[in-house]
Design a protein. Structure first.
Lengths: 404, 404
DNA sequence: GATTTGTTCGTCCACGGAACGAATTAAATC
DNA sequence: GATTTAATTCGTTCCGTGGACGAACAAATC
């Protein structure tokens, strides 16, 4: 027997697993109803899954007419993944299990020495996170690492990550895989944040969205049809290089993009200085504006105009249902509200603009989402073209008490 | 037997059809080798396909050791589709058959009365194209119509199509389906052009590309991972609304986008007038520049700078492997070369920029591509998630003598 | 004779449906 | 209130069928 004839079992198995992940605990009869497969097919598959340790009996139904049913549940720690959010100042790691719970979040300041030190730090944090849940690290099958910068898939290097010295010259993916002993996926952190919001955050209700992260710099995560857009060199969503805000043809705009120069935190501070003559960091400018400082208010207005233009740009190109603002600066309601007011003045179509729901956990949750989807795919769909096991919906996750 | 158990046959059938479409004429033994299915499975399926009239014997192999093989081929006119490119000034229609040949291109000036008159005209042209190939119109299964504007899938109206009066208030899709008696798909013409270039044009070697059409106005077709990006309201690629070029917050920018106002043909002519005081249309400006007119040259420089910024914008957001310039103005080498020179000055990553290979036939070929893919899907994949029959590659099509 | 094509035959996987026993609740009767 | 009966649901066994594969073999050609 070759590929094709076993494929129906594969499909059946996937749809059973998906149903259990979504609806556990659930009886075999219910699975049969949901999947449309016959009861004895379900029984066969359930027997196999139980033998292999993926699921187990957890109880029985009661209280309604008819025979009680045995209910099955995922064995959550049969396989887990590690999710990591590497920032310029701190690293966070978490473990996510097969039932899609995100567990044991640990955190540390980023090792300033960069290079292999950070690789080792990540590996240590992952082990620590696993240990904290009482899990043997061998249960970890995959690590997803969100990084600020553009991972280059061919070489494993991470380009444009100024806060992590040395990562543009070592094969980070290989080093991490080696250090952890499992496959690792390195992905841009803003992309992951978008994936996170799409799973259980502000974008859970739409498959076409863009997340704009505004902090020290500006970045974007683009999703089309529920899939992340990575681009040919993992550089999609580099909104900092949108050619307006400052003169895009000035040579410096090749290093720090035209928009980033005027919309990044430095640019905002500079604008305030130009208007008022005073030096202040972004937080101080927000405070000053709240206290009625004219120039600070003007600075925020100007900033929001640029942000609105950035939103208009992505809306013009990918026409998303929603644009999510995130990052320490992007989530400020002063900005979000200004964008609400300004966007209709420069873009004719309605675009829903919202602040991030997951905040600083976005990238970590996104890493979990990517990792779990990838794990499911590796374990069960096994190369079936187009077949995927959807993650449980935001509604289900809320029900299970996973707060954002 | 229900869905699941028949699925392996479905998959086998799809992969046999794909192989025949790609490699016809081909023997059953070769199909078996290519698909990995066993010889007798292929024989069974071939028998069924022949009975249903999809394929037929066309010859026998000879000249090599061993028994001669019977070769099979698609019955090309067993089912065909109609492809239509509706422009503001003319309508073109073509028939494309199952073997993916695009036949019998007919053309007419667009009926200026708009509305149902244009619907009727399209239907007539489609019938005419079929008749020209000696095909009974009942062979046509599907029509794909490229239109300038944004089709609204919910209502079937076509928004923002100023040259076709009335189409923003009638259900065009339904009217066409009714008039033709077959399902019809209405799609933005620039999107289709992108799809066409991706199939057998300048973008045949990459799955992430953006086509920018520069003519009277400016539009974009975005492909990510080999799929068209339509956006939540079919308005992806509305590059005219990129917020630079003119002041995006001027109220008029809500009607004609900021970039379109300065990069559309009117904007170019206006720029020339401002610089030189002379009135000229775009073609005359190109001619004047060729004759050494300083202001005309300056106008083109300015235009190319804006175009380069538009390219930079899409490159920053979706990071395509290639940007294809098309449209009567966009393909001019004077512009393409200037963009080649200017883009590296305002965008740090390499992006391949090329002129369209299909020219004015792009949308028509794209419509054929969309239609054929959809027809294949309807006939054989029949709702199998993720399964697709790929169109024959550009190389195969070239071999068959389909010139761009 | 070597090689390739295409058919026939037997086998095996996998799904579905019917029938049935088991387990439980709801209703009816004593 | 206790007991019997009906209804319902769960899960298994058994059998039929679709469909793929491999082996063997006939046919056709160099």
């Amino acid at each position: 027997m070759n590929d094709v004839s076993r494929i129906s079992r594969r499909i059946a198995l996937c749809s059973v697993m998906e149903t259990i992940v979504h609806c556990a605990p659930i009886s075999r009869a219910s699975i049969a109803k949901q999947t449309g497969l016959s009861k004895q097919t379900i029984s066969e598959i359930a027997r196999q899954l139980e033998e292999e340790g993926w699921i187990r009996e957890t109880g029985r139904t009661s209280g309604h007419v008819g025979r009680t049913a045995v209910t099955y549940d995922i064995v959550p720690d049969r396989a887990v993944i590690a999710a990591v959010d590497l920032g310029g100042t701190k690293v966070r790691a978490a473990i996510a299990d097969l039932s899609c719970q995100v567990l044991s979040d640990v955190e540390e300041p980023t090792d300033k020495r960069g290079g292999h030190h950070v690789v080792a730090q990540i590996a240590r944090l992952c082990r620590q996170a696993a240990a904290q849940e009482g899990l043997d690290f061998s249960k970890v099958r995959l690590a997803v690492i969100g990084v600020p910068g553009a991972p280059e898939s061919a070489t494993g290097r991470v380009l444009m990550a100024p806060n992590i010295p040395g990562w543009d010259s070592i094969d980070v993916t290989a080093a991490l895989s080696q250090e952890l002993g499992v496959e690792s996926i390195v992905e841009n952190d803003v992309n992951l944040a978008a994936r996170g919001e799409h799973w259980i955050g502000a974008g859970a209700d739409c498959d076409d969205l863009v997340l704009i992260a505004l902090g020290t710099g500006i970045g974007g995560g683009v999703m089309v049809g529920g899939e992340l857009v990575r681009g040919v060199s993992n550089a999609a969503g580099e909104l900092g290089f949108l050619p307006f805000g400052s003169d895009p043809f000035e040579p410096q705009s090749l290093h720090m993009g035209a928009l980033e120069r005027s919309l990044g935190s430095e640019g905002i501070a500079e604008r305030y200085k130009e208007l008022s003559g005073r030096t202040a960091d972004v937080k101080a400018i927000f405070d000053a504006a709240a206290d009625g400082d004219k120039e600070a208010t003007k600075t925020l207005d100007e900033t929001a105009r640029l942000l609105a233009r950035a939103v208009a740009s992505v809306a013009a190109i990918t026409n998303p249902a929603k644009v999510i603002l995130s990052g320490s600066i992007g989530v400020r309601s002063e900005l979000v509200e200004r964008v609400h007011a300004l966007l209709p003045l420069c873009f004719p179509r309605p675009v829903s603009v919202e602040a991030s729901a997951l905040g600083s956990k976005g990238a970590l949750i996104g890493a979990a989402a990517v990792g779990l989807a990838s794990l499911h795919a590796a374990l069960w769909t096994a190369g079936m073209q187009g077949a995927t096991i959807a993650l449980p919906s935001a509604a289900i996750m809320r029900e299970r008490g996973v707060a954002a």
